[in-house]
Design a protein around this ligand. Structure first.
Ligand SMILES: [Zn+2]
Length: 460
């Protein structure tokens, strides 16, 4: 380019900008984006929806009820009764649910809105993951640590405002960690005052949960818990540098993944006095454990490969090939027996469990399908299906403090519902057969949501 051309270039850029700005100003105002744009068209404007002949699994652990009708109006469940006790209003859209089960929308407590490729590259997945969670029936979720806090805060607000589909999100802070943490998104804390300052900052921004991570020093964790509790906010952790026992004594609210036997050096004491002491301390202190029985080292499913962005698939192709013959699962990764043993012992002693998928937290677990895996693996670990469904719905809602409005099927609650073919109480894998999902009474077809994010996971 000669000098004259170089001088002209900025002028022509300005001219282009002015022209396009003028064109933009004259364009008719587009309708603001709405979650309803992606809802089932025939149900989008229904004043009343009645689900007839449904099998209801209400989330409380109560026995399955057949031949039920649910009347949905104004985003709420107005009536849930035997078919013959429900008069269908004239203006209602009626759906025949024969052969299908209606469950509360899932309430999942260890979710992510980022996707860490097995090679360690982390992306925000604000477009694909909310839709995938919703497509598999997750209508309420809590994140469990993030590298993209501001994105998650804004995304939560956008979903709350009804301008995009997705679960209601409870957001958790970035990782409070310590020296040695290899993840570049973590806050490396050395002193208690750093933790207190960060708690006040993120708490002031609207974060209601804090996440401590594997390298956090003990005095920093104590300060984090103390400062959060002063603000009426709560703390959870993936522990390693501090034992479960010590974190429980400090008053931590929640522990992610459960307690690994190695963190408390219990590998040789699983039926012994130190394990019993840990379990009773956790129960006495009211610490809730989040089970995450998914396996991040299992091969990518065909479904997951279809969802992946082609460039991500290319980058991790050697990993995809290697995972076809995965190494044996390690503690906490899946249904590892010592992991299952501790969770069972905790639940038998009266401990409260919630459930999460750890989708996107590294490895091969995807939003939605990972939540189904977590549910199915709980049943494989010996928990009865009705109890697992309660843990994945009402127990999660209780822990988040929203059980008055969601988490079970009852008149007056939000119409957050998961409709599946079959009966997951008899065959837990039927939880995967999602036909329809309601979020605040808005009906979604999972196929539509999934089609929208095909090939997107790994870049947005
Ligand atoms: Zn995680």
């Amino acid at each position: 380019m000669d000098r004259a051309a170089a001088r002209r270039k900025p002028l022509s850029l300005i001219a282009t900008f002015v022209l396009s700005a003028a064109a933009f100003a004259q364009a008719p105002a587009a309708a603001p984006p709405s979650a309803k744009d992606e809802a089932i068209p025939s149900l989008r404007d229904a004043a009343v929806i009645v689900l007839r002949h449904a099998r209801v699994i209400d989330g409380t652990g109560a026995p399955v009820r057949e031949n039920q009708s649910l009347l949905i109006e104004g985003g709420k469940i107005r009536v849930v009764e035997n078919d013959d006790a429900v008069k269908v209003p004239e203006n209602a859209q009626t759906l025949d649910m024969s052969g299908k089960s209606v469950l509360p929308g899932l309430v999942m407590l260890h979710e992510h809105l980022m996707f860490t490729e097995p090679i360690g590259l982390t992306h925000a997945v604000d477009f694909s993951f909310p839709r995938l969670y919703l497509a598999f029936g997750v209508t309420t979720m809590r994140t469990a640590g993030t590298d993209f806090p501001q994105m998650e805060l804004n995304l939560k607000r956008r979903i709350d405002a009804g301008s995009m589909p997705g679960p209601e999100i409870f957001i958790t802070s970035p990782y409070f960690s310590g020296e040695g943490d290899p993840f570049l998104g973590a806050m490396i804390m050395k002193t208690p005052e750093e933790a207190r300052r960060a708690v006040r900052f993120w708490g002031g921004e609207g974060f209601t949960w804090f996440k401590a991570y594997q390298w956090i020093p003990k005095d920093v964790l104590a300060a984090l818990i103390d400062e959060a509790h002063h603000l009426g906010l709560r703390v959870t952790a993936h522990l390693r540098s501090v034992s479960c026992h010590d974190a429980a004594e400090m008053g931590i609210d929640n522990i992610e993944h459960g307690c690994f036997p190695s963190t408390d050096k219990l590998e040789d004491d699983l039926n012994g006095p130190r394990t019993r002491d840990l379990v009773s301390t956790l129960v006495q202190k009211g610490v809730v454990l989040t089970a995450t029985p998914t396996n991040g080292r299992k091969p990518f499913s065909d479904f997951a490969l279809e969802m992946l962005d082609p460039s991500a698939r290319e980058r991790i192709s050697s990993e995809i090939a290697r995972l076809k013959s995965p190494p044996p699962a390690t503690a906490g990764d899946a249904i590892d027996s010592s992991y299952a043993h501790l969770l069972n012992a905790f639940a038998k002693a009266g401990g409260r469990l919630v459930l999460g998928s750890d989708a996107g937290g590294g490895g091969t677990v995807l939003a939605g399908t990972g939540d189904d895996d977590a549910i199915e693996n709980m049943v494989r670990m010996g928990f009865p299906p009705l109890q697992v469904i309660r843990i994945a719905t009402l127990e999660g809602a209780r822990f988040l403090g929203v059980e008055g409005r969601t988490g079970s099927i009852a008149a007056g609650k939000e119409a957050d519902l998961l409709v599946v073919r079959g009966n997951p109480v008899e065959h837990i894998s039927d939880i995967e057969n999602v036909e329809m999902v309601f979020s605040n009474g808005i009906a979604y077809d999972p196929k539509t949501l999934i089609a929208k994010v095909k090939g997107e996971v790994g870049w947005r």
